[in-house]
Design a protein around this ligand. Structure first.
Ligand code: IMP
Ligand code: MG
Length: 182
């Protein structure tokens, strides 16, 4: 069993890279089908949420077959292994999103609180549409009042790291996803 030690904890592989890639392939195929017609009129905007979504955004964007813009925002609230519910401000959205089709790319939607906040900030800029694509979704923890249309993989209420996700900033670069062991 492959394990990795980060700070004071040990993690074991939960989802190998090959499964992550297959899930991204399936998601990209859906998004390609859903946006092809609209994209021919005006290229949609992919908005990755930093830091966590950098791996997912890169993997997904490479599989998108229509012309699109790719941009990143930052909105971080997470410390340690529990969702605190605290949210900070939106940094980095340079592009004007008014009238645009926006696809938000997130590493993980847990309770949904940070996404809810981000959706409010985006809505104020009057995009034509906003959908969410997340690499991981925790159905058992989600308490949001919005739709998460594109979910690459669903997981239980466990704390995972790797493929962009961190434990106190370590682990983001790992290509497999790990779950905490203790
Ligand atoms: P939410 O607001 O509860 O949906 O939490 C969203 C943020 O918490 C994510 O963007 C992650 O940064 C972080 N997060 C939630 N669950 C995990 C996890 O299992 N591992 C690492 N980070 C997580
Ligand atoms: Mg995040």
């Amino acid at each position: 069993m492959r394990t990795v030690r980060l700070h004071d904890r040990t993690f074991r592989v939960l989802i190998p890279a090959a499964r992550i890639e297959e899930a991204i392939d399936r998601l990209a195929a859906r998004i390609n089908a859903d946006y092809a017609a609209r994209a021919a009129v005006r290229p949609p905007l992919l908005v990755g949420v930093l830091n966590g979504a950098f791996m997912f955004a890169a993997g997904l964007a490479a599989k998108i077959e229509f012309h699109c813009e790719v941009s990143f925002v930052k909105l971080s609230s997470y410390e340690g292994t529990d969702s605190t519910g605290r949210v900070r401000e939106l940094i980095g959205l340079g592009s004007d999103i008014e009238g645009r089709d926006v696809i938000v790319l997130e590493d993980i939607v847990d309770t949904g609180r940070s996404m809810e906040h981000l959706l409010r900030l985006l809505a104020a800029r009057r995009p034509a549409s906003v959908e969410i694509a997340t690499m991981f979704f925790k159905p058992g923890a989600f308490a949001g009042d919005f739709k998460v249309k594109y979910r690459a993989l669903e997981i239980g209420n466990e704390f995972i790291i790797g493929f962009g996700l961190d434990y106190n900033e370590l682990g983001r670069n790992l290509k497999d996803v790990y779950v905490v062991e203790n």
